[in-house]
Design a protein around this ligand. Sequence first.
Ligand code: FE2
Length: 292
Amino acid sequence: MQLEITALPEAPLGAMIRGWEPSEPLDDAHRDEIVDALYRYRVLVFRDQPQPTDEELVRFVARFGQPIKGSEWFRNAGALPEILPVTNIRGGDGVRLGVEGATDLEWHADYSYVATPGKTSFLNAVELPAEPPRTYFCDMYRAFETLEPELKDRVRGLRATHSIADYMAEPERGFAAKVARDRAQGVDRPEIPEAEHPVVVRHPDTNHEILYVSRGITRRIVGMDRAESSALLKQLHLHATRPEVVYAHDWQVGDLIMFDTLGTMHRRDSWDPTQRRLMRQLSTACRVEAIA
Ligand SMILES: [Fe+2]
C-alpha cells in the first residue's frame, strides 16, 4: 500500500488520500502516516479505493481507537453495532434501516451527548441520490484560536450540556417506530445518553484547545441564565461557521471521510426524499477523563 496525501485545493481544511487498500490490514507505519495527516488537515477524504466490506471498515476504524457501538442506541436491527447506517431507506416493515430522514442536519460533533464522546469519525458513501447533499466541515481548533482574548478567558472553565432528546423526538426521525418494534420483539436497548462537557476541551492526542459546542447538540451553558447562555452559544456558533472557514464536500460513491470529530463540526444539506441515500458512519470514543 502506497498512500498519496494531498491538501484539498482552495479549502481551509482537508486532504485527499489515494492508495488505501481496505482488504489489507493497516500496519503501524501507515496508521501513523494517516494520524499525522488527520491532525494536520482535520478532514481526510479517502477516494478511488475498493468499497470496504462492513468487517473491513470496522477493522480499519479499530486501528484508531475503540469503536462506539452507536447502532445499539439508535436501535438498528441487523447492522454491526459499530456501523451506524445514516439513511432515509426503510426496511420491509416500514421502519427505518438507520438514523435520519432526507432533511438537513444541523452543525454537530458526533456523540458529544455521550460521557465518552466521539474522538475520530468515519463516513462512507454507499448509495447517493442523483444530486447528493453536501456535507460541510469547520475547524474548532481554529475557532478557539481566533476568538478575542477576552472571550477565550470567558469560555475557558465553562461547561455545557449536550443532548439529542428533542431531535430524536421529531416525528421525521422515525425513532418511535424502532422503539415500538423493539418492545414488540422484547428487545432491550440502552437509552440514548446525555452529557456535560467543558466548553473548551483539550484534544487527548494533540493537547491543543478546541471550542467544543455545536448548534445541533449543545443545549445550555451550565449555571448560566437561559437568555445569556443562548446569546453566548449563538455568538460562538456564528464565529465558528463563518463561510470562509468551512469546507463543503461533494460526495462520490465510495468516498470515506475520516475526521477529527472532537476538533471539527459538520452539517449536511437536505435531499430529494424520494431518492435513496445510504452512508455508513463510525466513531471511536474518547476516554472521559481525557477531556473533562
Ligand atoms: Fe455526524
